[in-house]
Design a protein around this ligand. Structure first.
Ligand code: IFM
Length: 460
């Protein structure tokens, strides 16, 4: 595989109507802290050791000041759609109250620039950057944050619903809830399992409240983006732990969306950690307000094993993220990406199947898929054959699932640009386009040329 180059990786036949896009998120690329309020990730980044290389949210990719250049790159890539997230503290610096008109102006320029280039904007409201005053008041562990989120959703839809068709409330709520409040790997760096369970619930309440406010203000197509991770074991002794991991990682979100509430087994297994008093029965129909589509971000699978069989360390796989689970460990199998994540393309179909079984009849978009991998420079190009192969193999699986009848309507590669990979800072690169962290210079990698061929080739 390492000997391949992008030219040698075959093209795929992309069916008419299937959308291709690329994705980013606000804190990872925007920079320009002067133009927005602070968020939980700015505060986390100031904690020594929290981000491995000491990177901070400014300048990141300096996207705010390089908007025209980045719009040009999107146009060059030939994508149908661009998925970005709004920075809550750029729009409402304190999280509640006054709206920052300069923040709205920036997103006006982004959205109008996309539309002028024939690229459909797909907006996410929350990709983990909580305004600092709200985090200091308890963040997602308190109900008030869900209510503030709904107000923020209304502000956005009132301003942008004439130009944005596809809206997502949350991105991967499992991450802020369990990496942020249980494992402490992500902002706000808390290690309180009960707080994580409350955060998970309030994130979903925020989602439900926001769906209503978005629609009331004219948003036409509203969804949510999850990171469903197929969770398997070969060891019958680990069945109970596997069920629990699947419960926290996957069923919690799917069951809440489907109107089934919090899975009974998760409620029971976590009874020593929380009394669940934050759950109100009247919230459950709000959380389950019908949505128009659902997004899946797929990178790898969870292979659950006993502690004695624990495999190599992978970022995002350890028991602290699954409060209440019986003792267990993970054992990913090679090949691995730089994150230590197993490369397993059939898993993307398993995720699509789990979603369509839990929420039948709802169209699905793959909202992220990509890899941090080794790259080589030569005189002419940035060679990233492993990434190109990864994109090819996963997209091929998605198209196969579609031809087998799963209603999957599009695919966004993660990511347009190398960017701040959260607690890994600049050390893990997912971009189709390289960003030099010192100069901000953008250079398309071989994978960008391959992806462009799939998009432009089809749209030609
Ligand atoms: O960079 C992240 C993104 O913000 C959310 N999904 C996973 C990506 C890779 O870790």
């Amino acid at each position: 595989m390492t000997d391949d180059d992008a030219a040698a990786i075959p093209d795929l036949e992309i069916p008419t109507g299937f959308e291709l896009g690329v994705a980013t998120s606000a804190w990872q690329i925007e920079g320009d802290l002067a133009g927005r309020g602070r968020c939980n990730w700015d505060d986390f980044a100031d904690t020594p050791g929290a981000i491995v290389d000491g990177a901070t949210g400014d300048p990141a990719c300096d996207h705010v000041h390089r908007l025209e250049e980045d719009l040009g790159l999107l146009q060059w890539l030939g994508v149908d759609t661009y998925r970005f997230s709004f920075s809550w503290p750029r729009v409402i610096p304190e999280g509640t109250g006054a709206v920052n008109s300069a923040g709205l102006d920036f997103y006006d320029r982004l959205i109008d620039g996309l539309l002028e280039r024939g690229i459909a904007p797909a907006a996410t409201l929350y990709h983990w950057d909580t305004p600092s005053p709200l985090e200091q008041a308890g963040g997602w562990t308190v109900r008030a944050t869900a209510e503030a989120f709904a107000e923020y959703a209304a502000v956005l839809a009132e301003h942008f619903s004439d130009r944005i068709e596809r809206w997502a409330t949350l991105n991967e709520p499992w991450c802020p809830a369990f990496l942020g409040y249980a494992a402490g790997y992500f902002a706000p760096g808390r290690t309180e399992p009960d707080a994580a369970l409350a955060a998970a619930y309030h994130l979903m309440l925020g989602h439900g409240l926001a769906v209503d406010r978005l629609r009331a203000a004219g948003a036409r197509s509203v969804g949510i983006v999850l990171n469903i991770i197929p969770t398997v074991t070969d060891d019958p002794k680990m069945a109970e732990a596997t069920r629990h991991v699947d419960g926290i990682q996957n069923r919690l979100w799917l069951d809440l969306l489907a109107g089934r509430g919090i899975p009974e087994d998760i409620r029971g297994n976590c009874a020593d950690l929380t009394d669940w008093s934050f759950v109100r029965n009247e919230d459950l129909p709000i959380i389950a307000t019908p949505i128009d589509w659902i997004g899946e971000n797929y990178y790898s699978i969870n292979r659950v094993v006993s502690v004695e069989e624990a495999g190599s360390a992978a970022i995002g796989q350890d028991a602290s993220m699954f409060p209440g689970a019986p003792e267990h460990a993970f054992s990913p199998r090679p090949p691995f990406t730089d994150m230590g994540w197993e490369v397993y393309p059939p898993g993307i179909v398993m995720a699509l199947e789990q979603i369509s079984e839990a929420l039948p009849g709802i169209p699905i978009f793959i909202c992220e898929n990509g890899a941090a991998v080794e790259e080589d420079n030569d005189d002419d190009a940035i060679r990233d054959p492993i990434r190109t192969r990864y994109l090819h193999d996963h997209l091929e699986q998605v198209l196969g699932a579609r031809s087998q009848g799963i209603d999957v309507r599009g695919y966004y590669a993660w990511s347009l640009l190398d960017n701040l990979e959260w607690a890994s800072g600049w050390t893990k690169k997912f971009g189709l386009i390289r960003v030099d962290p010192d100069t901000g210079t953008r250079t398309p990698k071989d994978s960008a040329y391959w992806y462009r061929r799939q998009s432009v080739g089809r749209n030609a």
